[in-house]
Write a new protein. Sequence first.
Length: 565
Amino acid sequence: MNTDMRWLKSYPDTVKWDAPLALRPVWELLELAVRDYPENPAIDFLGHKLTYRQLDSLVARFACGLQQLGVRPGVHVGIYLPNCPHYFIAFLGVLRAGGTVVNYSPLDAERTLAHKIEDSETDIMVTLDLAAFYPKMVTLLDSTRLKQLVVGQLTEFCAEVSESQAGQLGPAAEVAYNETCHSFGKLLDNAGDYKAYPIDDPATALAVLQYTGGTTGAPKGAMLTHANITGSCAQLEAILDSSLEAGQERVLAVLPPFHIYALMINMIFSLRLASEVYLHPRFDAETVLREIAESRITTFPGVPTMFIGLLAHPLTSQLDLTSLKMCNSGGAPLPIDVQQRYQDVAGCALREGWGMTETTTSGTFTPKEAEPHPGSCGLPVPGSRIRIMPLDGSDQELPVGERGEVCIAGPNVTAGYWKRPDATAEAMTKDGFLRTGDVGYMDEGGWVYIVDRTKDMILCSGYNVYPRTIEEAIYEHPAVEEVSVIGVDDPYRGQAPKAFIKLKAGAQVFDFAELQVFLESRLGKHERLQAMEIRDALPRTPVGKLSKKELVEEERQRTATISAG
């Protein structure tokens, strides 16, 4: 057996690593769903349903409307929307019109949005008539290269919005429609006879510019081709073919669609399976639990903080959640304790995978038939290869079990960074593997273990210390709900770990000395904490993952203040 593909021995009989992966234009996924399940519901939004036939018609008409505004190959259209039907229609409409989608986060600062608009060459922006969305884009229309806005109304695809739902989304804004601000609804006022632009090679046709988180420096646009997106979708299909049934699944979508994980799992893969997608603008534990029980949801993708929130809610053990076939956690490492407790309480296995923007979300998977491998994020997905390479940037693959940088190659891996050949060259090995920036190792059976991010690794007295190792140990404390560990300056060790902790509701507060005693048998001497801080809440990214960069900046400023004093 090829030693660099040792995971093949661990593959279940139901999954083939060399399964054929259909690389096609993205819009063909909708065409296939309409062909096979035209009257199946595609979207349920605030109680209103759209069938696949209706969705297809709306997409065709929106594509035609966009082309009347000048969208064609080479034109970049931004999408600045929450979870709503407008996102599905806009995303697929832009691609059918021949354009390229640029995803924008509603939680980005204005200057970050301006940077992405200029860098990505976005000319048109699709948004919604909410006070949290529209006014910011009006400002950017005057101060950036943006030429036109397309503004939808929340009530265009639902009969009404309840008071609680309106509270989740915020108040509406007064929209001034004019020659540069167009109505989403009016763009749909046509027969849908858009001009088709065939794609000869999906591997070179740019579909989406998906900006990285920008944890260091300005965000970079990962170029995702039509083949990247449909290839990743085909990988998911190969993995889950025996678990899910086309035309029968009900997916609960609460993750924001601008994030690559949500885009792929909640929208693209749902299109491939002709699933019914229940769109929720925000995550609320009680609302999610009641929706699962009442609508008999079969699939719920989330991030670790969501499953932690569900575990903390009493309804998790009270409601009937037996309709769930699959719960998947992505976007961040899943604490082992959370994984085990969720399965015990909810009765559904919580599977973990690993991926990133640059891998179009797919990278590893955990087969449902597999024996538990605590701490592992799974095996390489079909068609992709993973190697562990030295952290110094050299190209010699490391032996089994040795920690290094996780590198990946496959049809799901980005074509590179937009207008950044320097960053593309830096991220790629000589033989085409992407350097992910994740620290991990692979065992003899091909199981991958992500230890940390290279930028998060703490160097203590010359030893590499991985925050996730410390976080896993702290999560074992019965009072801890969430924890983030970062490196802080230490005059003796150079750097030392500091833990920021959120306690479970009603839990007994403990002090630092008590935590040190608890961790004594769980961590090595080089991993010992320097300090801890208990907080009511921890910083999060727009998708709900715990975020460390705010904590790092706070500590940097605190250290600077002390030094100045």
